[in-house]
Design a protein around this ligand. Structure first.
Ligand code: SF4
Length: 375
């Protein structure tokens, strides 16, 4: 079975107004402490044979902003991964990046060390919209960063976008899509902006300083993006993800296809051999626990065969192709589960096609509530 590794880098130079992630503002002393803890966690898992000798199919540096670390720090982590678990020539190694934090030399160090995929948090190509969400960067920086990544040898470039930014119109969103298409990425992720509690955006909306995203407009934007990107040669393979042929993100596919993964870092989640477990949330608790030589796991649950099957279906439904109906066969038959499926199908949220169960166009809008009913 495939196995992936997620490495959480919980540092950013500033916090975006919509971001509710657990993170610290980048400071070199914090980074040094963290790198020691991260390597300790890796070694403890290697000593315990957590991956049972399996080599990694994918490695994913996520955050936070992984490229708030120097290229030398990132390649140092990667060397520890290689020593602890082993990589193959075919391992997909992805790095999330902020356009302001890359240089061509640093990016070349990453490709020389084996990184194969880079994912830039772009969000918008309109500088006024970037300002609205607290992104101190510009569309020019994004253009430059993509050019540098390509020169450094990255062919597999993803750009993350957000739609429904306060004040954004449908035309503004289409202009952002056209501007990123001109950069010829291999992959695009389009997420609807949500207002999370305890964020600056939440405060601004409550004070009346920002307008809450309009759900109907966001639905229009989602549909418009699908049309524009599919016409441009992308395949929509997951609710929010589009790829040119051969460029679907293998790491994220692991999650949706029910494969194993180990997550390292504060708040990272893992799923190995039917067990789900998660790390402490705060960076301070994470550093302290590993300083004492212990794994920072706070919760762990061994899933029953039935729970595993349900999760496999629920995650698989995020994929546009849906799940093989073979997965739906329960032994012995589970009437309540079947009734839920029938109800969701009658409501037009699920459909069966060519031996697969999938969300309908309408169902994709309610993916989370469909999942809640099925789990
Ligand atoms: S760069 Fe990403 S992780 Fe960092 S604050 Fe902004 S949205 Fe959050």
């Amino acid at each position: 079975m495939s196995v992936g590794l997620y490495l959480h880098i919980p540092f950013c130079h500033t916090r975006c107004h919509f971001c509710a992630f657990t993170l610290q503002i980048h400071r070199e002393d914090r980074v040094q402490l963290y790198l020691g803890a991260l390597v300790n966690e890796m070694r403890l898992h290697a000593d315990q044979q957590s991956l049972a000798g399996r080599r990694l199919d994918t490695v994913y540096f996520g955050g936070g902003t992984p490229t708030s670390l120097s290229a030398g720090q990132l390649t140092g982590i990667l060397q520890n991964v290689r020593d602890s678990f082993g990589l193959t020539d075919a391992t997909e190694i992805s790095v999330e990046a902020h356009p302001d934090t890359v240089t061509e030399d640093g990016l070349r160090q990453l490709t020389d060390a084996g990184c194969t995929r880079i994912s830039f948090g772009v969000q918008s190509m309109d500088d006024g919209e970037l300002l609205q969400i607290g992104r101190r960067t510009s569309s020019n920086r994004t253009q430059a960063a993509v050019g540098m990544a390509r020169s450094a040898g990255f062919a597999n470039i993803n750009l993350d976008l957000i739609y429904g930014v306060p004040g954004q119109t449908l035309d503004g969103w289409l202009a952002t899509l056209d501007a990123v298409l001109a950069l010829e990425p291999a992959h695009l992720s389009c997420y609807a902006l949500t207002v999370e509690e305890k964020t600056r955006l939440h405060l601004d909306v409550r004070r009346g300083d920002a307008i809450e995203p309009d759900a109907a407009l966001q639905n229009e934007m989602e549909d418009a993006a699908a049309r524009r990107l599919i016409t441009a040669g992308f395949t929509r393979y997951e609710i929010s993800n589009y790829a040119r042929p051969g460029y679907a993100c293998r790491h994220n596919l692991l999650y949706w296809q029910g494969h194993d993964y180990l997550g390292l870092g504060p708040s990272a989640q893992s799923y190995l051999d039917g067990r789900r477990f998660g790390n402490v949330e705060s960076v301070e608790d994470y550093d302290r626990t590993l300083g004492q030589g212990c794994l920072p796991i706070t919760e762990s649950e061994l899933l029953s065969a039935d729970q595993r099957q349900r999760e496999r279906i629920v995650f698989g439904l995020r994929l546009i192709e849906g799940v093989d109906q073979v997965l739906l066969r329960h032994e012995p038959p589970d009437r309540a589960w079947q009734q839920t499926l029938d109800r969701l199908t009658q409501r037009g949220l699920l459909e069966e096609r060519a031996g697969r169960l999938r969300l309908t166009d309408a169902g994709r809008r309610f993916a989370d509530s469909v999942a809640a009913e099925l789990i």
